[in-house]
Design a protein around this ligand. Sequence first.
Ligand SMILES: [Mn+2]
Length: 322
Amino acid sequence: MRAKTEAVLGALGGCARYVVTAHVRPDGDSLGSALATARWLRSGGRETLVVMRDGVPEQFAFLPDAGLISRQYPGDPSEWAVVVLDTPDPGRTGAPEGYLEAARTVINVDHHPGNAHYGDANLVDTCASSASLLVYELMSEAGHAPDGETATLLYAGVLTDTGGFRFGNTDARTFRTAARLVEAGAEAPWVAKHVYGEQPTGRLRLLGLVLASLESELGGRLAIMTLTDRMREEAGVSGENIEGLASYGHLLRDVEVSALLREEGERVRVSLRSSGEADVNEIAGMMGGGGHRAAAGAALPGPMAEARERLIAAVASSLERR
Ligand SMILES: [Mn+2]
């Protein structure tokens, strides 16, 4: 790990221009780690662009520098070093075909179990609860003290990838990092208020409808909620404002896997959350998806009823094996 850290730090210092990116449909960790890395590179005098093909979800628009994110990769990749954060497979960046291959250099910093160890330099630590935590550790290793806004960005990633310090990946290293980030000026209550409070009316209406759909299967070990286009219409919500909804099934006692099935055109997207023991990365893998032990997802062909049956079968076979 030591050699890997040094290779990544060397690559982060060695170029003049950087594109920082992460996976499509960025979450709090992707955005926090990317925006913080960009501030770090800029503080060292590097020209830096943050590119997210899907832009910034409304829920995270409050993050410092969120307004600087571009949806377009700059031309001539050979002029740019690309830093890819929180992304197990380079295809998931949504970069134009051949872009990463043509880039000056590619640096990969991630914590997903299925990471392909791509890039000219990579740091993949699947024990880390977030990519933001890894970026913080890289900064410490380099002797860089993050400013308050950078600390706030990293804190947002540490907080959201542990489900608000609740998932099974919440360990001492997570709390140590969170404490240091707060010491560096991270606005912890402010981040929590934006991420977990201050919900727009439409989202609360949608939550009501999704909760009303909750059913338990497999003797109460699996909770399934659904989100349909009709519900979106009824709640007056159009966007992808679903962060956190999949976890609500864990409010029921004895639920090991909480699932949210949502209609997305012809397909049904499945989000899975584990309360600890169940490995939802394995379950998602059986359905062609992936993620982490505690949080994962997959896309299934519709209709909803069929996707639901496939989900129940996958969860049943995984729970039986334990
Ligand atoms: Mn992450």
